[in-house]
Write a protein that binds this ligand. Sequence first.
Ligand code: F6P
Length: 544
Amino acid sequence: MMIDHSISWQALQAHVQEDFSLQKLFQQDPQRFSRFSVQDCGLLLDYSKNRITEKTMELLVALAKEAGVDQGISDMFGGKRINTTENRAVLHTALRAYPEDVFMMDGCDVVQGVHRVLDHMEDFTHKVRSGLWTGFTGKKICDVVNIGIGGSDLGPKMVTEALSFYQDKNIRFHFVSNIDATHIVRILEQVQAETTLFIIASKTFTTQETLTNAHTARHWFLAQGASQGDIAKHFVALSTNEQAVRDFGIDPDNMFAFWDWVGGRYSLWSAIGLSIALSIGMDNFRELLSGARDMDLHFKSTPLDKNIPVILALLGVWYRNFWGFASHAVLPYDQYLEYFPRYLQQADMESNGKAVTKDGQEVSYATGPILWGEPGTNGQHAFYQLLHQGTTIVPCDFLVAATPLHNVGDHHQVLLANFLAQTEALMCGRTLAEVQQELACLPAQEANALAIHKVFPGNRPSNSIIYDRLTPRTLGSLIAMYEHKIFVQGLIWQINSYDQMGVELGKKLATTLLNELQTGKIGAHDSSTTGLVRYLLDRPEASH
Ligand code: F6P
Protein backbone atom coordinates (compact mmCIF):
# COMPACT_ATOMS: atom_id res chain seq x y z
CA MET A 1 0.00 0.00 0.00
CA MET A 2 1.26 3.46 -0.88
CA ILE A 3 1.76 5.51 2.24
CA ASP A 4 -0.69 8.19 1.06
CA HIS A 5 -3.46 5.62 1.43
CA SER A 6 -2.67 5.08 5.11
CA ILE A 7 -5.10 6.16 7.82
CA SER A 8 -2.71 8.67 9.35
CA TRP A 9 -1.91 10.24 5.96
CA GLN A 10 -5.62 10.75 5.29
CA ALA A 11 -6.05 12.17 8.79
CA LEU A 12 -3.17 14.60 8.22
CA GLN A 13 -4.77 15.71 4.97
CA ALA A 14 -7.91 16.68 6.87
CA HIS A 15 -5.91 18.14 9.76
CA VAL A 16 -3.91 20.52 7.59
CA GLN A 17 -7.14 22.47 6.93
CA GLU A 18 -7.18 23.63 10.57
CA ASP A 19 -5.92 27.00 11.78
CA PHE A 20 -2.13 27.05 12.22
CA SER A 21 -1.56 30.69 13.05
CA LEU A 22 1.66 30.47 15.03
CA GLN A 23 1.16 33.71 16.89
CA LYS A 24 -2.23 32.48 18.08
CA LEU A 25 -0.83 29.07 19.03
CA PHE A 26 1.89 30.73 21.12
CA GLN A 27 -0.67 32.97 22.83
CA GLN A 28 -2.92 30.02 23.63
CA ASP A 29 -0.14 27.88 25.10
CA PRO A 30 2.49 29.44 27.38
CA GLN A 31 4.22 26.03 27.53
CA ARG A 32 4.66 25.79 23.78
CA PHE A 33 8.45 26.11 23.88
CA SER A 34 8.90 23.35 26.45
CA ARG A 35 6.24 21.21 24.79
CA PHE A 36 7.97 21.38 21.43
CA SER A 37 11.65 21.33 22.29
CA VAL A 38 14.00 18.51 23.11
CA GLN A 39 17.59 18.24 24.33
CA ASP A 40 20.11 15.44 23.91
CA CYS A 41 23.63 14.80 22.56
CA GLY A 42 24.63 18.35 23.54
CA LEU A 43 21.94 19.84 21.30
CA LEU A 44 18.74 21.75 21.88
CA LEU A 45 16.12 21.43 19.16
CA ASP A 46 13.35 24.01 19.42
CA TYR A 47 10.64 23.10 16.93
CA SER A 48 7.89 25.19 18.49
CA LYS A 49 7.96 27.74 15.64
CA ASN A 50 6.37 25.21 13.30
CA ARG A 51 2.81 24.97 12.06
CA ILE A 52 1.97 22.18 14.46
CA THR A 53 -0.20 21.35 17.42
CA GLU A 54 0.01 18.33 19.70
CA LYS A 55 -2.47 16.64 17.41
CA THR A 56 -0.19 17.25 14.42
CA MET A 57 2.69 15.54 16.18
CA GLU A 58 0.49 12.65 17.25
CA LEU A 59 -0.67 12.13 13.68
CA LEU A 60 2.85 12.42 12.30
CA VAL A 61 4.14 9.88 14.82
CA ALA A 62 1.24 7.62 13.86
CA LEU A 63 2.33 8.02 10.24
CA ALA A 64 5.89 7.03 11.17
CA LYS A 65 4.52 3.94 12.90
CA GLU A 66 2.33 3.02 9.95
CA ALA A 67 5.35 3.44 7.68
CA GLY A 68 7.30 0.98 9.83
CA VAL A 69 9.94 3.41 11.06
CA ASP A 70 10.66 1.36 14.21
CA GLN A 71 11.24 -1.77 12.15
CA GLY A 72 13.26 0.21 9.59
CA ILE A 73 15.60 1.46 12.32
CA SER A 74 16.19 -2.03 13.66
CA ASP A 75 16.73 -3.37 10.11
CA MET A 76 19.36 -0.73 9.39
CA PHE A 77 21.27 -1.24 12.64
CA GLY A 78 20.81 -5.00 12.26
CA GLY A 79 22.75 -5.05 8.98
CA LYS A 80 19.81 -6.06 6.75
CA ARG A 81 20.31 -5.39 3.05
CA ILE A 82 18.00 -2.37 3.01
CA ASN A 83 19.69 -0.92 -0.07
CA THR A 84 17.65 -3.33 -2.14
CA THR A 85 18.57 -2.22 -5.66
CA GLU A 86 22.26 -2.71 -4.91
CA ASN A 87 21.65 -5.61 -2.52
CA ARG A 88 23.74 -3.98 0.22
CA ALA A 89 23.47 -3.36 3.92
CA VAL A 90 23.68 0.25 5.13
CA LEU A 91 26.03 0.31 8.07
CA HIS A 92 27.75 3.68 8.30
CA THR A 93 26.66 3.54 11.95
CA ALA A 94 29.14 0.67 12.45
CA LEU A 95 31.96 3.03 11.46
CA ARG A 96 31.48 4.94 14.71
CA ALA A 97 31.04 1.86 16.90
CA TYR A 98 33.21 1.39 19.98
CA PRO A 99 35.29 -1.84 19.98
CA GLU A 100 32.85 -3.43 22.42
CA ASP A 101 29.82 -2.70 20.20
CA VAL A 102 28.48 -5.37 17.87
CA PHE A 103 27.26 -4.78 14.30
CA MET A 104 26.33 -7.97 12.52
CA MET A 105 26.33 -8.27 8.79
CA ASP A 106 25.66 -11.65 7.19
CA GLY A 107 26.44 -13.37 10.49
CA CYS A 108 29.79 -11.59 11.05
CA ASP A 109 30.62 -8.69 13.34
CA VAL A 110 32.10 -5.88 11.22
CA VAL A 111 33.41 -3.79 14.12
CA GLN A 112 36.85 -5.40 14.33
CA GLY A 113 37.51 -4.64 10.66
CA VAL A 114 36.43 -1.04 11.23
CA HIS A 115 38.92 -0.66 14.08
CA ARG A 116 41.74 -2.25 12.08
CA VAL A 117 41.35 0.49 9.47
CA LEU A 118 41.07 3.16 12.18
CA ASP A 119 44.34 1.89 13.65
CA HIS A 120 45.98 1.99 10.22
CA MET A 121 44.74 5.59 9.85
CA GLU A 122 46.06 6.42 13.32
CA ASP A 123 49.51 5.09 12.54
CA PHE A 124 49.69 6.97 9.24
CA THR A 125 48.25 10.18 10.69
CA HIS A 126 50.78 10.13 13.50
CA LYS A 127 53.68 9.63 11.07
CA VAL A 128 52.61 12.45 8.75
CA ARG A 129 51.76 14.94 11.49
CA SER A 130 54.92 14.24 13.48
CA GLY A 131 57.17 14.48 10.44
CA LEU A 132 58.26 10.83 10.57
CA TRP A 133 56.71 10.38 7.14
CA THR A 134 58.76 12.41 4.72
CA GLY A 135 58.60 13.22 1.05
CA PHE A 136 61.14 12.08 -1.56
CA THR A 137 63.72 14.71 -0.58
CA GLY A 138 63.39 13.92 3.12
CA LYS A 139 61.23 16.94 3.93
CA LYS A 140 58.10 16.89 6.07
CA ILE A 141 54.68 16.91 4.38
CA CYS A 142 53.16 20.38 4.50
CA ASP A 143 50.35 20.17 1.91
CA VAL A 144 47.68 17.50 1.63
CA VAL A 145 45.59 17.38 -1.56
CA ASN A 146 42.43 15.26 -1.37
CA ILE A 147 41.27 14.27 -4.86
CA GLY A 148 37.70 12.97 -4.87
CA ILE A 149 34.18 14.02 -5.75
CA GLY A 150 30.68 13.75 -4.25
CA GLY A 151 30.85 11.87 -0.96
CA SER A 152 34.60 11.45 -1.37
CA ASP A 153 34.98 15.24 -1.31
CA LEU A 154 32.02 17.04 0.26
CA GLY A 155 32.13 15.30 3.66
CA PRO A 156 35.90 15.51 4.23
CA LYS A 157 35.98 19.08 2.91
CA MET A 158 33.05 20.20 5.04
CA VAL A 159 34.42 18.63 8.24
CA THR A 160 37.99 19.80 7.64
CA GLU A 161 36.70 23.34 7.29
CA ALA A 162 34.20 23.03 10.15
CA LEU A 163 36.90 21.79 12.53
CA SER A 164 39.74 23.97 11.25
CA PHE A 165 39.89 25.54 14.71
CA TYR A 166 41.43 22.20 15.86
CA GLN A 167 43.68 21.85 12.82
CA ASP A 168 47.45 21.29 12.66
CA LYS A 169 48.47 24.69 11.32
CA ASN A 170 51.70 23.31 9.81
CA ILE A 171 49.81 21.41 7.13
CA ARG A 172 47.59 23.03 4.51
CA PHE A 173 44.60 21.10 3.16
CA HIS A 174 43.28 21.32 -0.39
CA PHE A 175 40.35 19.59 -2.06
CA VAL A 176 40.19 18.94 -5.80
CA SER A 177 36.94 17.60 -7.20
CA ASN A 178 35.93 19.26 -10.46
CA ILE A 179 36.95 17.83 -13.83
CA ASP A 180 37.47 21.44 -14.92
CA ALA A 181 41.29 21.65 -15.03
CA THR A 182 41.11 25.03 -13.34
CA HIS A 183 40.46 23.29 -10.04
CA ILE A 184 43.61 21.17 -9.99
CA VAL A 185 45.82 23.66 -11.81
CA ARG A 186 45.15 26.38 -9.24
CA ILE A 187 45.98 24.02 -6.40
CA LEU A 188 49.13 22.62 -7.99
CA GLU A 189 50.33 26.22 -8.37
CA GLN A 190 50.31 26.50 -4.58
CA VAL A 191 52.20 23.33 -3.62
CA GLN A 192 55.67 21.74 -3.94
CA ALA A 193 55.93 18.11 -5.10
CA GLU A 194 58.52 17.19 -2.44
CA THR A 195 56.25 18.19 0.45
CA THR A 196 52.81 17.26 -0.91
CA LEU A 197 50.73 14.20 -0.13
CA PHE A 198 47.97 13.30 -2.60
CA ILE A 199 45.02 11.35 -1.25
CA ILE A 200 43.03 9.69 -4.02
CA ALA A 201 39.60 9.18 -2.48
CA SER A 202 37.15 7.10 -4.45
CA LYS A 203 34.93 4.31 -3.24
CA THR A 204 34.76 2.72 -6.68
CA PHE A 205 38.07 4.04 -8.04
CA THR A 206 36.36 4.34 -11.42
CA THR A 207 34.96 7.87 -11.17
CA GLN A 208 35.98 9.82 -14.27
CA GLU A 209 36.64 13.14 -12.55
CA THR A 210 38.72 11.63 -9.75
CA LEU A 211 40.81 9.39 -11.95
CA THR A 212 41.45 12.17 -14.47
CA ASN A 213 42.55 14.53 -11.68
CA ALA A 214 44.64 11.76 -10.08
CA HIS A 215 46.46 11.10 -13.37
CA THR A 216 47.07 14.82 -13.82
CA ALA A 217 48.49 15.00 -10.29
CA ARG A 218 50.78 12.02 -10.90
CA HIS A 219 51.95 13.44 -14.23
CA TRP A 220 52.68 16.79 -12.58
CA PHE A 221 54.47 15.07 -9.69
CA LEU A 222 56.80 13.14 -12.01
CA ALA A 223 57.41 16.28 -14.08
CA GLN A 224 58.73 18.01 -10.93
CA GLY A 225 61.75 15.70 -10.78
CA ALA A 226 60.28 12.84 -8.75
CA SER A 227 60.69 9.23 -9.86
CA GLN A 228 58.16 6.39 -10.14
CA GLY A 229 59.58 4.97 -6.92
CA ASP A 230 58.74 8.21 -5.10
CA ILE A 231 55.02 7.77 -5.77
CA ALA A 232 54.67 5.52 -2.71
CA LYS A 233 55.65 8.42 -0.43
CA HIS A 234 53.26 10.88 -2.00
CA PHE A 235 50.13 9.02 -3.16
CA VAL A 236 47.71 7.09 -0.97
CA ALA A 237 44.30 5.70 -1.88
CA LEU A 238 41.01 5.44 0.01
CA SER A 239 38.85 2.88 -1.71
CA THR A 240 36.95 -0.38 -1.71
CA ASN A 241 38.55 -1.40 -5.03
CA GLU A 242 42.03 -2.82 -4.39
CA GLN A 243 42.62 -3.97 -7.95
CA ALA A 244 41.93 -0.55 -9.44
CA VAL A 245 44.19 1.04 -6.83
CA ARG A 246 47.02 -1.34 -7.86
CA ASP A 247 46.34 -0.62 -11.54
CA PHE A 248 46.74 3.09 -10.86
CA GLY A 249 50.17 2.35 -9.39
CA ILE A 250 49.49 2.86 -5.69
CA ASP A 251 50.98 0.28 -3.35
CA PRO A 252 48.13 -1.54 -1.51
CA ASP A 253 50.10 -0.86 1.71
CA ASN A 254 49.19 2.77 1.10
CA MET A 255 45.54 1.96 0.62
CA PHE A 256 42.98 2.53 3.36
CA ALA A 257 40.04 0.23 2.84
CA PHE A 258 36.33 0.41 3.46
CA TRP A 259 33.34 -1.65 2.44
CA ASP A 260 30.41 -1.70 0.04
CA TRP A 261 28.00 -1.24 2.98
CA VAL A 262 29.29 2.33 3.33
CA GLY A 263 27.44 4.63 0.94
CA GLY A 264 29.57 7.36 -0.70
CA ARG A 265 27.61 10.19 0.91
CA TYR A 266 27.82 8.47 4.30
CA SER A 267 31.54 7.72 4.10
CA LEU A 268 33.30 10.56 5.92
CA TRP A 269 33.44 8.31 9.01
CA SER A 270 35.43 5.69 7.10
CA ALA A 271 38.89 5.81 5.52
CA ILE A 272 37.41 8.57 3.33
CA GLY A 273 37.89 10.76 6.43
CA LEU A 274 41.70 10.42 6.27
CA SER A 275 42.14 14.09 5.36
CA ILE A 276 40.03 14.99 8.42
CA ALA A 277 42.20 12.79 10.66
CA LEU A 278 45.37 14.32 9.21
CA SER A 279 43.96 17.76 9.83
CA ILE A 280 42.65 17.46 13.40
CA GLY A 281 44.54 14.38 14.64
CA MET A 282 43.19 10.95 15.39
CA ASP A 283 41.96 11.76 18.91
CA ASN A 284 39.71 14.47 17.51
CA PHE A 285 38.65 12.20 14.65
CA ARG A 286 37.59 9.58 17.20
CA GLU A 287 35.67 12.31 19.06
CA LEU A 288 33.84 13.10 15.81
CA LEU A 289 32.92 9.41 15.56
CA SER A 290 31.82 9.38 19.21
CA GLY A 291 29.51 12.34 18.61
CA ALA A 292 27.87 10.45 15.75
CA ARG A 293 27.62 7.37 17.98
CA ASP A 294 25.87 9.49 20.66
CA MET A 295 23.26 10.40 18.06
CA ASP A 296 23.01 6.79 16.87
CA LEU A 297 22.21 5.67 20.42
CA HIS A 298 19.68 8.47 20.82
CA PHE A 299 18.08 7.58 17.49
CA LYS A 300 17.95 3.87 18.24
CA SER A 301 16.57 4.08 21.74
CA THR A 302 14.42 7.22 22.04
CA PRO A 303 10.64 7.00 21.53
CA LEU A 304 9.61 8.47 18.20
CA ASP A 305 7.92 11.54 19.70
CA LYS A 306 11.12 12.60 21.53
CA ASN A 307 13.55 11.42 18.89
CA ILE A 308 15.42 14.37 17.34
CA PRO A 309 16.04 12.97 13.82
CA VAL A 310 12.51 11.53 13.71
CA ILE A 311 10.94 14.86 14.70
CA LEU A 312 12.95 16.70 12.03
CA ALA A 313 11.99 14.08 9.45
CA LEU A 314 8.30 14.26 10.31
CA LEU A 315 8.25 18.05 10.13
CA GLY A 316 9.87 17.80 6.70
CA VAL A 317 7.20 15.34 5.56
CA TRP A 318 4.47 17.58 6.99
CA TYR A 319 5.64 20.53 4.91
CA ARG A 320 6.56 18.62 1.76
CA ASN A 321 3.45 16.48 1.50
CA PHE A 322 0.69 18.37 3.27
CA TRP A 323 1.62 22.01 2.67
CA GLY A 324 3.37 21.54 -0.67
CA PHE A 325 6.57 23.38 0.34
CA ALA A 326 9.19 22.24 -2.15
CA SER A 327 12.40 23.43 -0.57
CA HIS A 328 14.16 23.45 2.76
CA ALA A 329 16.91 25.83 3.89
CA VAL A 330 19.73 25.02 6.30
CA LEU A 331 21.11 28.23 7.74
CA PRO A 332 24.13 27.83 10.02
CA TYR A 333 24.92 30.92 12.07
CA ASP A 334 28.44 29.60 12.25
CA GLN A 335 31.08 30.51 9.71
CA TYR A 336 32.86 27.20 10.35
CA LEU A 337 29.80 25.47 8.90
CA GLU A 338 30.14 27.29 5.59
CA TYR A 339 30.13 24.03 3.58
CA PHE A 340 27.51 22.27 5.70
CA PRO A 341 24.50 23.06 3.45
CA ARG A 342 26.46 21.98 0.37
CA TYR A 343 27.41 18.71 2.07
CA LEU A 344 23.79 18.15 3.11
CA GLN A 345 22.63 18.77 -0.44
CA GLN A 346 24.28 15.55 -1.54
CA ALA A 347 23.31 13.66 1.62
CA ASP A 348 19.66 14.63 1.26
CA MET A 349 19.02 15.13 -2.45
CA GLU A 350 21.04 12.13 -3.69
CA SER A 351 19.33 9.99 -1.05
CA ASN A 352 15.72 11.09 -1.35
CA GLY A 353 15.48 12.52 -4.86
CA LYS A 354 13.58 9.41 -6.01
CA ALA A 355 10.18 8.84 -7.60
CA VAL A 356 9.79 5.07 -7.39
CA THR A 357 9.05 3.06 -4.23
CA LYS A 358 11.27 0.21 -3.13
CA ASP A 359 8.85 -2.25 -4.67
CA GLY A 360 8.92 -0.49 -8.00
CA GLN A 361 5.80 1.66 -8.09
CA GLU A 362 5.77 5.31 -9.09
CA VAL A 363 5.06 7.40 -6.03
CA SER A 364 1.84 9.41 -5.98
CA TYR A 365 3.24 12.00 -3.57
CA ALA A 366 6.21 14.33 -3.34
CA THR A 367 9.55 13.08 -1.99
CA GLY A 368 12.81 14.87 -1.11
CA PRO A 369 12.80 18.67 -1.09
CA ILE A 370 15.37 20.96 -2.69
CA LEU A 371 17.84 21.61 0.07
CA TRP A 372 20.00 24.70 0.12
CA GLY A 373 21.48 27.30 2.42
CA GLU A 374 24.29 29.63 3.37
CA PRO A 375 25.70 30.81 6.66
CA GLY A 376 24.03 33.65 8.49
CA THR A 377 24.37 36.55 8.64
CA ASN A 378 25.58 36.58 5.00
CA GLY A 379 22.34 35.06 3.75
CA GLN A 380 20.37 37.86 5.41
CA HIS A 381 21.87 40.26 2.88
CA ALA A 382 21.20 37.95 -0.05
CA PHE A 383 18.14 35.70 -0.15
CA TYR A 384 16.30 36.32 3.14
CA GLN A 385 14.13 38.92 1.39
CA LEU A 386 12.43 35.99 -0.37
CA LEU A 387 12.20 33.99 2.87
CA HIS A 388 10.32 36.85 4.53
CA GLN A 389 8.19 38.35 1.77
CA GLY A 390 8.43 36.03 -1.24
CA THR A 391 5.55 33.94 -2.55
CA THR A 392 7.36 30.67 -1.77
CA ILE A 393 7.45 29.41 1.80
CA VAL A 394 10.73 27.79 2.79
CA PRO A 395 10.91 25.96 6.13
CA CYS A 396 14.33 26.67 7.66
CA ASP A 397 16.74 25.04 10.09
CA PHE A 398 18.80 27.62 12.00
CA LEU A 399 21.96 26.27 13.62
CA VAL A 400 24.08 28.19 16.10
CA ALA A 401 26.65 27.64 18.86
CA ALA A 402 25.78 29.01 22.29
CA THR A 403 29.49 29.56 22.98
CA PRO A 404 31.80 30.91 20.29
CA LEU A 405 35.19 29.49 19.41
CA HIS A 406 36.48 33.05 18.96
CA ASN A 407 35.38 35.36 21.72
CA VAL A 408 36.04 38.71 20.11
CA GLY A 409 34.26 41.87 21.29
CA ASP A 410 30.52 41.48 21.01
CA HIS A 411 30.56 39.53 17.71
CA HIS A 412 28.88 36.49 19.17
CA GLN A 413 26.13 38.45 20.93
CA VAL A 414 25.38 40.20 17.66
CA LEU A 415 25.37 36.89 15.80
CA LEU A 416 23.00 35.35 18.35
CA ALA A 417 20.74 38.39 18.25
CA ASN A 418 20.50 38.11 14.47
CA PHE A 419 19.71 34.39 14.62
CA LEU A 420 16.96 35.02 17.20
CA ALA A 421 15.62 38.00 15.28
CA GLN A 422 15.29 36.07 12.03
CA THR A 423 13.35 33.18 13.52
CA GLU A 424 11.10 35.63 15.35
CA ALA A 425 10.54 37.78 12.27
CA LEU A 426 9.72 34.78 10.10
CA MET A 427 7.22 33.58 12.65
CA CYS A 428 5.58 36.86 13.76
CA GLY A 429 5.77 38.89 10.59
CA ARG A 430 4.40 42.44 10.66
CA THR A 431 0.77 43.38 10.05
CA LEU A 432 -0.54 46.31 8.04
CA ALA A 433 -1.83 47.93 11.23
CA GLU A 434 1.63 47.70 12.84
CA VAL A 435 3.25 49.21 9.77
CA GLN A 436 0.69 52.02 9.60
CA GLN A 437 1.36 52.87 13.20
CA GLU A 438 5.08 53.05 12.51
CA LEU A 439 4.53 55.27 9.49
CA ALA A 440 2.18 57.62 11.31
CA CYS A 441 4.79 60.41 11.23
CA LEU A 442 4.73 60.48 7.39
CA PRO A 443 2.15 62.34 5.30
CA ALA A 444 -0.92 60.08 4.96
CA GLN A 445 -0.62 59.58 1.18
CA GLU A 446 3.03 58.59 1.41
CA ALA A 447 2.37 56.29 4.40
CA ASN A 448 -0.50 54.56 2.61
CA ALA A 449 1.54 53.94 -0.52
CA LEU A 450 4.44 52.55 1.46
CA ALA A 451 2.63 50.49 4.06
CA ILE A 452 1.77 47.42 2.00
CA HIS A 453 5.43 46.99 0.96
CA LYS A 454 6.48 46.78 4.58
CA VAL A 455 4.03 44.07 5.59
CA PHE A 456 5.56 40.69 6.48
CA PRO A 457 3.06 37.84 6.26
CA GLY A 458 4.84 35.84 9.02
CA ASN A 459 3.73 32.34 10.04
CA ARG A 460 6.87 31.04 8.32
CA PRO A 461 8.22 27.94 10.04
CA SER A 462 11.68 27.27 11.40
CA ASN A 463 13.62 24.94 13.66
CA SER A 464 16.33 26.30 15.94
CA ILE A 465 19.21 23.99 16.77
CA ILE A 466 21.61 25.25 19.42
CA TYR A 467 24.79 23.39 20.34
CA ASP A 468 27.14 24.45 23.09
CA ARG A 469 30.42 24.81 21.14
CA LEU A 470 31.41 23.50 17.74
CA THR A 471 33.60 20.59 18.88
CA PRO A 472 34.39 17.42 16.90
CA ARG A 473 31.90 15.58 19.07
CA THR A 474 29.09 18.10 18.51
CA LEU A 475 29.71 18.11 14.78
CA GLY A 476 29.54 14.30 14.73
CA SER A 477 26.15 14.44 16.42
CA LEU A 478 24.87 17.14 14.06
CA ILE A 479 25.84 15.24 10.93
CA ALA A 480 24.41 11.94 12.22
CA MET A 481 21.21 13.78 13.15
CA TYR A 482 20.71 14.76 9.51
CA GLU A 483 21.73 11.31 8.23
CA HIS A 484 19.00 9.73 10.34
CA LYS A 485 16.48 12.40 9.40
CA ILE A 486 17.07 11.54 5.74
CA PHE A 487 16.73 7.82 6.51
CA VAL A 488 13.38 8.27 8.30
CA GLN A 489 12.00 10.36 5.45
CA GLY A 490 13.06 7.67 2.99
CA LEU A 491 11.20 5.09 5.09
CA ILE A 492 8.04 7.18 5.08
CA TRP A 493 8.27 7.82 1.36
CA GLN A 494 8.98 4.08 0.86
CA ILE A 495 11.99 4.79 -1.35
CA ASN A 496 15.52 3.43 -1.35
CA SER A 497 17.61 6.29 0.09
CA TYR A 498 20.86 4.45 -0.59
CA ASP A 499 21.22 4.12 -4.35
CA GLN A 500 21.84 6.93 -6.87
CA MET A 501 20.67 5.67 -10.25
CA GLY A 502 19.80 9.24 -11.26
CA VAL A 503 23.44 10.12 -11.80
CA GLU A 504 24.10 7.25 -14.24
CA LEU A 505 22.49 8.48 -17.45
CA GLY A 506 24.49 11.71 -17.62
CA LYS A 507 27.72 9.74 -17.04
CA LYS A 508 26.87 7.35 -19.90
CA LEU A 509 25.94 10.11 -22.35
CA ALA A 510 29.11 12.03 -21.44
CA THR A 511 31.20 9.03 -22.54
CA THR A 512 29.51 9.02 -25.96
CA LEU A 513 29.78 12.79 -26.33
CA LEU A 514 33.44 12.80 -25.30
CA ASN A 515 34.14 10.39 -28.14
CA GLU A 516 32.23 12.63 -30.56
CA LEU A 517 34.11 15.74 -29.43
CA GLN A 518 37.42 13.91 -29.77
CA THR A 519 36.76 12.33 -33.18
CA GLY A 520 34.53 14.97 -34.73
CA LYS A 521 31.99 12.28 -35.68
CA ILE A 522 28.60 13.35 -34.37
CA GLY A 523 26.09 10.61 -33.58
CA ALA A 524 22.29 10.76 -33.50
CA HIS A 525 20.94 13.39 -31.11
CA ASP A 526 18.16 15.93 -30.84
CA SER A 527 18.78 19.10 -32.87
CA SER A 528 19.80 21.09 -29.80
CA THR A 529 22.55 18.67 -28.74
CA THR A 530 23.72 18.27 -32.35
CA GLY A 531 23.73 22.06 -32.80
CA LEU A 532 25.78 22.55 -29.64
CA VAL A 533 28.32 19.85 -30.57
CA ARG A 534 28.66 21.25 -34.08
CA TYR A 535 29.14 24.79 -32.74
CA LEU A 536 31.95 23.56 -30.48
CA LEU A 537 33.58 21.48 -33.23
CA ASP A 538 33.37 24.21 -35.86
CA ARG A 539 35.29 26.72 -33.77
CA PRO A 540 38.75 27.34 -35.26
CA GLU A 541 40.50 26.26 -32.04
CA ALA A 542 38.63 22.89 -31.87
CA SER A 543 41.30 20.19 -31.84
CA HIS A 544 39.62 16.91 -32.76
O1 F6P B 1 27.61 11.09 -7.95
C1 F6P B 1 27.53 9.71 -7.85
C2 F6P B 1 28.52 9.16 -6.88
O2 F6P B 1 28.49 7.78 -7.02
C3 F6P B 1 28.27 9.56 -5.43
O3 F6P B 1 27.28 8.83 -4.82
C4 F6P B 1 29.62 9.37 -4.85
O4 F6P B 1 29.75 9.98 -3.61
C5 F6P B 1 30.48 9.98 -5.93
O5 F6P B 1 29.84 9.60 -7.14
C6 F6P B 1 31.92 9.56 -5.93
O6 F6P B 1 32.06 8.19 -6.07
P1 F6P B 1 33.44 7.47 -5.78
O7 F6P B 1 33.78 7.67 -4.34
O8 F6P B 1 33.22 6.03 -6.13
O9 F6P B 1 34.49 8.10 -6.66
